[in-house]
Design a protein around this ligand. Structure first.
Ligand SMILES: [Zn+2]
Length: 150
């Protein structure tokens, strides 16, 4: 069977190999619902690597490091392809950073980062099967599913 192709974009970014269940999460964390760019979303596509995958294409958009870090927390296997003139210019797999600053809220309501104007910092543990974040200030550990972006 031929793969269903979501239309090509002239320039922008393709986020591929998103676990099917995380597609809408990625849309949300990147605030693509409110984007003025063309956003093409493919969900539940067949994949060799994953059982079912999702793909998101955003025209005229090149993601910044903090946005890519967010993607990596939700979809650590995702790939990013930069398109220019309908051509692939660059393809990378997202990397989960060892430390995440500023983009995630600490779940501990008593944590200093929830009371004072201090940027959150989490150490990322990817040794475990899923991914875990540990707050640098209060040492609260959060599982991947508990992550709330600020
Ligand atoms: Zn904390």
């Amino acid at each position: 069977m031929k793969e269903l192709r979501v239309s090509a974009i002239e320039k922008g970014t393709v986020i591929d190999h998103i676990p099917a269940k995380s597609v809408m999460k990625v849309v949300k964390i990147l605030d693509l619902e409110n984007s003025e760019n063309t956003v093409l979303i493919g969900a539940n596509l067949d994949s060799k690597k994953l059982v079912k995958k999702g793909i998101i294409k955003v025209s005229n958009k090149f993601f910044k490091a903090h946005e890519i870090n967010k993607i990596s927390l939700v979809a650590p296997e995702a790939s990013l392809t930069i398109i220019k003139n309908f051509d692939v210019k660059e393809k990378t797999i997202v990397k989960v950073p060892k430390q995440i600053s500023g983009i995630v809220k600490c779940r501990n309501s008593k944590c200093i980062t929830n009371h004072e104007n201090i940027e959150t910092v989490f150490n990322v543990d990817t040794d475990c099967e899923s991914l875990k974040l540990k707050c640098k200030y209060c040492e609260k550990v959060m599982e991947k599913d508990e992550i709330e972006f600020s």
